[in-house]
Design a protein around this ligand. Structure first.
Ligand code: ZN
Length: 156
């Protein structure tokens, strides 16, 4: 298989050309920036939590095809999930991307993400694929810290 076949499978191209959940959220629970200097990928992730649920996630990005597609797939996969489930989803995705051996099968709702498995053959690009996911974890952490701060303020 050629590099193009492998890297730019139809699903990836679709997400690259029509990224899901593009844009900004006014007054988000968290806004975090992610940068991958190796490739030049830059993204801003907006997160809206409703209690422990991801109510909305939006991304603005200037990145390569892998980065853009991965962010788009991530936003679809985690929307409406509880934070606990999101952490499992992120862990499953990372396990897949870091795995050296064979095909990994993800849960049905994450099927699209399997398209990114081809990226594993190009270690430099793995960071492109992981950036949106790591940025999401940062966003969740930042939102949760804010919630804690607010609780402390209320107690006072
Ligand atoms: Zn990249």
């Amino acid at each position: 298989m050629s590099l193009a076949d492998d890297l730019y499978r139809e699903t990836i191209l679709d997400h690259y050309h029509n990224p899901r959940n593009r844009g900004e959220i006014t007054d988000p629970s968290a806004k975090v920036e992610g940068v991958n200097p190796l490739c030049g990928d830059e993204l801003t992730l907006y997160l809206q939590l409703d209690g422990d649920t991801i109510k909305d996630v939006k991304i603005t990005a200037k990145g390569c095809s892998i980065n853009t597609a991965s962010g788009s797939m991530m936003s679809e996969a985690v929307l409406g999930q509880s934070i606990e489930d999101v952490k499992k989803t992120v862990a499953a995705f990372k396990t897949m991307m870091m795995s050296k051996s064979g095909e990994i099968t993800l849960p049905e709702e994450m099927e699209d993400l399997e398209a990114l498995q081809g990226v594993r053959k190009y270690p430099v690009r793995i960071k492109c694929a992981l950036l949106p996911w790591n940025t999401l974890l940062e966003g969740i952490q930042s939102a949760q810290e804010d919630q804690k701060d607010q609780k402390v303020k209320e107690v006072k």
